[in-house]
Design a protein around this ligand. Structure first.
Ligand SMILES: C[S@@+](CC[C@H](N)C(=O)[O-])C[C@H]1O[C@@H](n2cnc3c(N)ncnc32)[C@H](O)[C@@H]1O
Length: 224
């Protein structure tokens, strides 16, 4: 897949791109590109934002700047970009991100538009296919949201997580019927009087599987 992130702060991703699963995705031939809106602004003095019509606090990221950046990156008119890929505006007003949406977004190429200030001019609706929120709270910019979304999406690509077994019982996976993972423990078996459940050190794989299934059911609010 090709994943494009549009941002005013590409440096925010410097640590992220060094992470092992991101590097693995690149090794597998997937592409990750960052475009700084400011590098493509048609306005003088590298301007990217303006005051809101109607008054009010803050500044709004301009639609002509966002369109120019999309056109520079893809070489087609900005509204046409969404014909070949999902174009996602990251915004607290969007559809709440979850594992199912991560699966969906991993199916093809993807563009993530990070907002800043009071957000992007509402006419961005003419350019996007989706509006996505990572939760009901307000971040200062879309960069953290873009990292959360791209992280969950890249994990869905075959081969990115080197041990596929770790995905089988992962929270929300079909193996757990959409539930969250059972509790995990490692050595030492006893620490400050805190022990691990005996069944996990029993060597009885059937009993361990039953115990884990029971934990998943309990976390989902099941009674048995
Ligand atoms: C300060 S926020 C803008 C908030 C906007 N004025 C509002 O009240 O909904 C600036 C940018 O951060 C990003 N952002 C903030 N919260 C987010 C969230 N929960 N999910 C996704 N992106 C978010 C968006 O890209 C947004 O354009």
């Amino acid at each position: 897949m090709r994943l494009d992130v549009f941002t005013l702060f590409p440096a925010a991703f410097e640590w992220y791109v060094t992470q092992v699963h991101v590097r693995k995705a690149l090794e597998l031939g997937h592409e990750l590109a960052f475009t700084n809106y400011r590098d493509h602004t048609p306005l003088s003095h590298l301007q990217v934002d303006d005051t809101p019509y109607g008054g009010g606090a803050g500044m709004v990221l301009r639609i002509d700047v966002v369109a120019a950046a999309l056109e520079a990156a893809f070489g087609v008119g900005a509204p046409a970009v969404r014909e070949s890929r999902r174009v996602v505006e990251l915004t607290p007003k969007g559809r709440q991100f979850d594992d199912r949406l991560a699966e969906e977004l991993a199916e093809g190429d993807l563009v993530l538009l990070c907002g800043r200030y009071e957000g992007i001019d509402e006419r961005v609706a003419h350019l996007v296919s989706d509006r996505v929120s990572i939760g009901p709270y307000v971040l200062s910019g879309g960069e953290v949201a873009a990292m959360a979304v791209s992280d969950a999406v890249l994990r869905k690509l075959p081969g990115v997580i080197s041990n596929p077994e770790s995905l089988v019982d992962e929270s929300f996976a079909p193996g757990l019927e959409g539930g969250t993972e059972y509790p995990q423990y490692t050595r030492p078996a006893e620490f400050r009087g805190w022990t691990v459940p005996e069944v996990l050190v029993s060597g009885d794989h059937g009993a361990i599987a039953r115990w884990r299934a029971e934990q998943v059911r309990r976390a989902a609010g099941g009674t048995d």
